[in-house]
Design a protein. Structure first.
Length: 618
């Protein structure tokens, strides 16, 4: 897709910081010689650690942090078009609280919270996404996707923007990222501690002295980060507490989980239970007129009673940045009642990093999906690079009493065919798409898509695409807060409407006031969100429909009207990235299918009931 707002998934952009004084945490430790209460220190100066190495194994509580950021922000990693502007001045400081545990087996758990404020100045030439001009409101969304949320950008001198943003991040240990890691692997060598993340290794100069650990996150080529994080090992005698007067520190509470899928009945057209073998593709095939699945994917369950093959393939001995090679792969078959054999998967993946290496097409057309390849440079810093396979163990949940794993995707993770799919609609042929996704795991970037795209992401043109988008759109907005289901037709993510000023209108220049579509419902906090996109050429029409699969009795008509541009389906298939490999987005894919034809609303309802009968989250 085109318009992407930003994924700063690399450490290069990743240092966000708070404006204001650095603070220390009271109550963290008070051993011999420690200062606390009224006589406590106001906090350390922002000087770097003198590295000395040592063993980091143990549980450490942050006692004080003071980090100062200066230099430039890499705008390419923010999803802005690197051809127009590469960097912007950034300043700020940050604070860290909470605990960090490094285990003897080389794994770690990060329960820290990073907070702060940051200032960024953008000149007019920086306001560009995938070759399209944006305004200051869209620039704020670029910063939000990078972890600086909420952000506010106001009009500045010469058509630029003055931006203020905050940081409130769980995990990441002082390094702001689009998807901060809360666990992973740690290594240390030459006085440098490395923490493995999906974006690469986060590195820190460090020193262990008795029961104290001091860290300085490593600066990048464009940013200068000075200061340190001081931690104390839990259970040991204090050697000089950093506590000042007042507050109690402590970590932020965990966010609430989204609603669990209900146990809706199985009556109604096409209804059925997960155990009788009926899936959404059976419903589409039996419809009048028939709208058969041409591509269907799920790491959760069987979608067609006729499909007997494996649901997916996994790769062990992988790594967090695997672009499709190495290790050993294994097909994961389905059990008799249509769920993956995760016991086999767990045994195969035990003790290693494991990734989804192939998503099998359940439609019978063999349109299987490997990891996506590189695309156009205009799609952000990562779009011209091959994508990563997604963790095969990160998205565990229960469905009908079965332990399963969703496709829990972080930025720069996507899957794509390299040629036109068999029987996938091309040209002006009508098409339908349904997708079940997670409204609690999204970001504001471009573009988390599922559907019909050009097979070659590096193609210099911007041809039509026909995909359902889930997240925060940039040509149109829905009701309430993101995420929303929208239509991505390339060079536009539409919530509805076709004329300038209408809800979701798209155009070459986007610097105008966006009018939300009040009929496009917010899926914020909806753990099992169902979206449907249907398109046809004669007469020109597209429909967006959506539902909370845990509670809904029918789908909401988010939009139904003329297409904003002529149809020209290209026949490739994508999950998780845009047509030009815009890959700054994140999301969770449970199941979905592309169908030939324009399904009726009754068929949409039958698919909803079938999903409810599968008992997601139970």
């Amino acid at each position: 897709m085109k318009v992407q707002s930003a994924a700063a998934m690399t450490i290069a952009m990743a240092f966000g910081m708070i404006s204001g004084a650095c603070s220390s945490v009271t109550g963290s430790h008070s051993g011999a010689g420690g200062s606390s209460g009224a006589g406590g220190s106001a906090g350390p100066s922002c000087s770097n650690v003198t590295p000395c190495g040592g063993s980091v194994v143990g549980t450490w509580s942050v006692s004080s942090a003071c980090l100062t950021l200066s230099g430039d922000l890499d705008l390419g990693t923010a999803g802005l078009d690197p051809r127009s502007c590469t960097s912007a001045p950034i300043t700020g400081t940050l604070n860290v609280t909470g605990t960090f545990t490094a285990n003897a087996n080389g794994t770690y758990t990060d329960n820290t919270t990073t907070t702060g404020n940051v200032q960024v100045t953008l000149v007019a030439g920086c306001l560009m996404i995938s070759g399209t001009v944006i305004n200051c409101d869209r620039a704020a969304s670029a910063l939000e996707n990078a972890g600086y949320a909420p952000a506010t950008c106001t009009n500045g001198a010469g058509g630029g923007c003055n931006c203020m943003a905050t940081v409130n991040q769980q995990g990441g240990l002082g390094i702001v990222a689009a998807s901060p890691a809360k666990s992973g692997n740690h290594t240390s060598s030459n006085n440098v501690l490395s923490l493995t993340t999906d974006a690469g290794d986060a590195t820190y100069a460090y020193c262990v002295s008795g029961t104290d650990l001091t860290l300085t996150p490593q600066s990048t080529t464009m940013t200068v980060l000075t200061g340190k994080i001081e931690l104390h090992q839990s259970g040991g005698a204090g050697t000089g507490g950093m506590g000042g007067p007042g507050g109690t520190g402590g970590t932020a509470g965990s966010s609430g989980t989204g609603g669990r899928a209900g146990t809706a009945g199985t009556t109604g057209a096409g209804g059925g239970t997960a155990n009788n073998g009926t899936g959404p593709c059976d419903i589409y095939a039996a419809a009048t007129p028939a709208t058969p699945c041409v591509a269907a994917y799920s790491t959760i369950r069987r979608l067609s009673s006729a499909y007997t093959g494996p649901l997916y393939q996994v790769r062990n001995m992988s790594n967090a940045m695997n672009t499709g090679s190495g290790g050993t792969t294994r097909d994961i078959p389905q059990t008799a009642d249509g769920f993956p054999d995760t016991a086999m998967q767990d045994a195969f993946c035990n003790g290693t990093i494991c990734t989804f290496s192939l998503l099998y097409d359940q439609s019978g057309n063999a349109n299987h999906l490997p990891v996506a390849k590189r695309g156009k440079t205009a799609g952000g810093a990562f779009s011209a690079l091959d994508d990563f396979e997604t963790s095969a163990t990160a998205g565990m949940l229960m469905v009908s009493g079965h332990k399963v794993y969703s496709l829990f995707m972080n930025p720069r993770q996507g899957y794509r065919t390299t040629a036109r799919g068999r029987n996938v609609p091309v040209g002006t042929a009508s098409q339908g798409i349904y997708e079940l996704a997670d409204g609690t795991h999204t970001n504001t970037a471009c573009c988390w898509d599922f559907g019909n795209v050009i097979p070659d992401a590096a193609n210099p043109g911007f041809p039509f695409m026909n995909t359902i988008f889930f997240g925060k759109g940039f040509w149109g907005l829905g009701a309430g807060q993101a995420p929303w289901f929208m239509a991505d037709f390339e060079a536009g993510v539409w919530a509805g409407g076709t004329r300038q000023g209408d809800p979701g209108w798209g155009g070459i220049v986007m610097n105008y006031t966006y009018i939300p579509n009040p009929n496009d419902p917010s899926m914020m906090g909806v753990r099992f969100a169902l979206g449907v996109l249907k398109t046809q050429s004669q007469p020109s029409r597209y429909a967006i429909r959506a539902a909370n699969a845990a509670t809904a009795t029918d789908l909401t008509n988010a939009f139904d009207g003329p297409l904003p541009k002529a149809m020209d389906n290209q026949g490739g298939i994508v999950i998780g990235v845009g047509g030009d490999n815009s890959n700054n987005s994140a999301g969770t894919f449970y199941e979905g299918a592309i169908v030939a034809g324009f399904p009726t609303n009754d068929v949409d309802l039958a698919v909803l009931k079938n999903i409810q009968a599968a008992r997601y989250g139970q």
